[in-house]
Design a protein around this ligand. Structure first.
Ligand code: NAP
Length: 352
């Protein structure tokens, strides 16, 4: 089978290098183009990344000699995976979509637009059909799909089986987020070592709004949002990879601990869809008293699972638990690849 040509926008960043790594031996996709800012243009990926590559012992061989280009829609590929800084993602991604490229984005800019799918395939793969409304409304040959914020992905994966079986009336969440979530040059080491930062710009707003779109229902040309209040508090902690999230939830109906764990463990809605990056177990329930931990659990299912633990009664709402997941893999790069795989299976890459 001819592999689909893929370009990575923002290939030099934290998420970009994870995309380069994860696509090394992808059965359907072949990376033909790498692009970033003017600062990086014209240099080989190996030259640019020798100081910055940090996720595996070696830069994948296929990427070393690729010359990094400008993010202009003349790249030799059909699909672009965007890991662009949000200060530039809006315009660049739209330019690619207008010029006929399929765009699978990690950036926040288009997520909440009514005709843009905000996808977690295990939860809402049918939302991908918003692409038709998007192309019609905007007159684009290409299109944009997005993945959610890195904390939102893991929390919403854990919420979905509870939402379906018991309903959710309200919830509170407090996060402990890894430094890699702020990008390669994100947080100064002087600010974060031996410290906790109790503010992450726009993060709480994303966690309070995105799950409602993801859990919403596709109604013709838009999404009818799920309806429950979420209160989020987001903190940056001195952890390299893996966001930890402490969730308290009020359910719509009574449920026992066993029933809730059963809902987590039976959750595998993609079943036989055959997406190469889909984890066999999207949610892993860990029974240890001191789990999940970033150091031990962020890499579960190659970084694509959300690990839940410490399910217990909450004296204010009904139950509380901890959910943890890899912020750069399932929270970003792996999520954008999984969305691209969904696009292929649903035929949206056939006409690009
Ligand atoms: P990052 O490490 O700061 O990388 C940003 C990338 O954007 C770099 O490749 C950079 O290229 C490129 N860029 C910056 N300005 C540009 C311009 N004017 N034109 C073209 N390219 C430009 O950030 P990151 O953590 O990888 O995040 C990438 C995106 O994913 C962001 O939108 C972020 O919010 C989102 N995200 C990140 C995570 C995470 O865990 N890190 C999780 C979920 C979502 P140069 O190297 O040439 O400057």
């Amino acid at each position: 089978m001819n592999r689909i040509k893929v370009g990575i926008l923002g290939a030099t960043g934290m998420v970009g290098q994870s995309l380069v790594q994860l696509l090394e031996k992808h059965p359907w996709f072949e990376v033909t183009e790498l692009a970033a800012s003017e600062r990086s243009m014209g240099k080989t990926y190996a030259d640019l990344m020798q100081e910055r590559w940090g996720i595996s012992p070696k830069i994948p061989e296929y990427a070393r000699d690729l010359v990094v280009k400008e993010c202009k829609p003349d790249l030799d590929c059909d699909l672009v995976l965007s890991a662009l800084d949000s200060s530039v993602a809006f315009e660049i991604e739209e330019t690619f979509a207008k010029n006929g490229y399929a765009v699978s984005s990690n950036a926040k800019n288009h997520r909440m637009e009514s005709d843009v799918p905000l996808l977690i395939p295990e939860i809402n793969y049918e939302h991908v059909d918003l692409i038709k409304a998007q192309q019609k409304r905007r007159g684009w040959k290409g299109f944009i799909v997005t993945d959610p914020n890195c904390s939102t992905i893991h929390m919403t994966l854990a919420l979905k089986p509870l939402y379906d079986r018991f309903g959710i009336e309200k919830l509170m969440v407090t996060t402990l987020q890894a430094v890699s979530g702020a990008g390669y040059y994100g947080v100064s080491s002087m600010d974060i070592i031996d410290n906790v930062l109790p503010y992450i710009k726009d993060e709480e707003e994303k966690m309070e709004s995105e799950p409602l779109k993801i859990l919403g229902l596709l109604a013709k040309d838009s999404i009818t949002m799920a309806q429950f209040p979420i209160s989020a508090q987001c903190n940056r902690v001195a952890v390299k990879y893996g966001h930890t999230e402490c969730v308290s939830v009020k359910l719509g109906k009574k449920a026992s601990v066993e029933e809730i764990i059963d809902a987590f463990e039976k959750f595998n809605p993609l079943g036989e869809m055959g997406l190469p990056s889909a984890p066999k177990r999207p949610i892993i329930y860990s029974r240890g008293d001191n789990r999940p931990q970033p150091k031990l659990d962020a890499d579960n299912e190659n970084g694509m699972a959300s690990t839940v633990g410490r399910l217990r009664k909450c004296s204010i709402l009904d139950y509380k638990f901890v959910v943890l997941g890899h912020n750069v893999i399932r929270g970003a790069a792996g999520a954008a690849i999984l969305n691209a795989e969904l696009l292929k299976v649903k035929g949206y890459l056939d006409t690009i």
